[in-house]
Ligand binder design. Structure first.
Ligand code: NDP
Length: 236
């Protein structure tokens, strides 16, 4: 058993974020999700927020705090891709991905840390990707944004670690979501050959690791990068 907490998951209306919210709900936590569109799973509180806008993040946290009290666990999951070989990538392709995936996580973590410092308790979990440390042709923007999350979590650990707050990174490999379902079957088969586990993961397999990192049992883990990638990124 773990203590029931107030959880906020960004981008909880679909994909991995929806699965994360679902797992927390199943354990009896108070779960809020941010969404620009759509809704989180039944039983969660959906608040509108765009992670590129600090004002909308502040408003979302304020709404969650009014309903459930201070956020004790934050999962910065919202993310986007805009893939393109570097020579053809525009400044806007690069900065918009950084602004959502890395600066967005910074804004969310900064806002969350206010309440966590007061409570002297907090769990910060950043959703990165195997390509953050492995690199990926056509994804210099995405890969840079995802490796930046490691420096973010580790610096937050150094700043806030003595206040009962942990900050960790979860780095998923290929996950069965809308994104991977769109890949041609031949390409999916090729990717699967390069994954020691020989398959993609379900979103629930990522979610269960995140739920554990937020649990009472994981209180001494901070600044870690936890791969959930079937062995794809081994050695990083
Ligand atoms: P989806 O594309 O299915 O969902 C992305 C989520 O992020 C949506 O909820 C989306 O909201 C939200 N989002 C995007 N931009 C913003 C923004 N500016 N403000 C607020 N919310 C935003 O992605 P996945 O579920 O596949 O991925 C979730 C996370 O996991 C991402 O960070 C991704 O990089 C990472 N990841 C995914 C992998 C995979 O194989 N799928 C592998 C490794 C990492 P909306 O619906 O409104 O657009």
């Amino acid at each position: 058993m773990t203590t029931p907490r107030t959880i906020l998951v960004t981008g909880g209306n679909r994909g991995i974020g929806f699965a994360i919210a679902t797992e927390f709900l199943a354990l009896g936590h108070r779960v809020a999700v941010t969404a620009r569109s759509g809704e989180g799973p039944a039983g969660s509180l959906t608040v509108r927020a765009d992670v590129t806008d600090a004002g909308s993040i502040d408003a979302a946290f304020t709404a969650v705090e009014a309903e459930y009290g201070p956020v004790e666990v934050v999962v910065a999951n919202a993310g986007m891709t805009r893939d393109m070989l570097m020579m053809r990538m525009t400044d806007d392709d690069f900065t918009s991905v950084i602004d959502t995936n890395l600066s967005g996580a910074f804004r969310v973590v900064k806002r969350a840390s206010k309440g966590m410092l007061k409570a002297r308790f907090g769990r910060i979990i950043l959703v990165s990707s195997v390509v953050g440390l492995l690199g990926s042709a056509g994804q210099v923007n995405y890969s840079a944004s995802k490796s930046g999350l490691v420096g973010l979590a580790r610096s937050v650990t150094r700043e806030l670690g003595a206040r009962g707050i942990t900050a960790n990174v979860v780095a998923p490999g290929f996950i069965e979501t809308d994104m991977t379902a769109e890949l041609p079957e031949a390409q999916q088969a090729d990717y699967k050959k390069s994954i020691p586990a020989g398959r993609f993961a379900t979103a629930a397999e990522v979610a269960k690791v995140i739920v554990w990192l937020a649990s009472d049992d994981a209180g001494y883990i901070s600044g870690a990068v936890i791969p959930v990638d079937g062995g794809l990124g081994m050695g990083h």
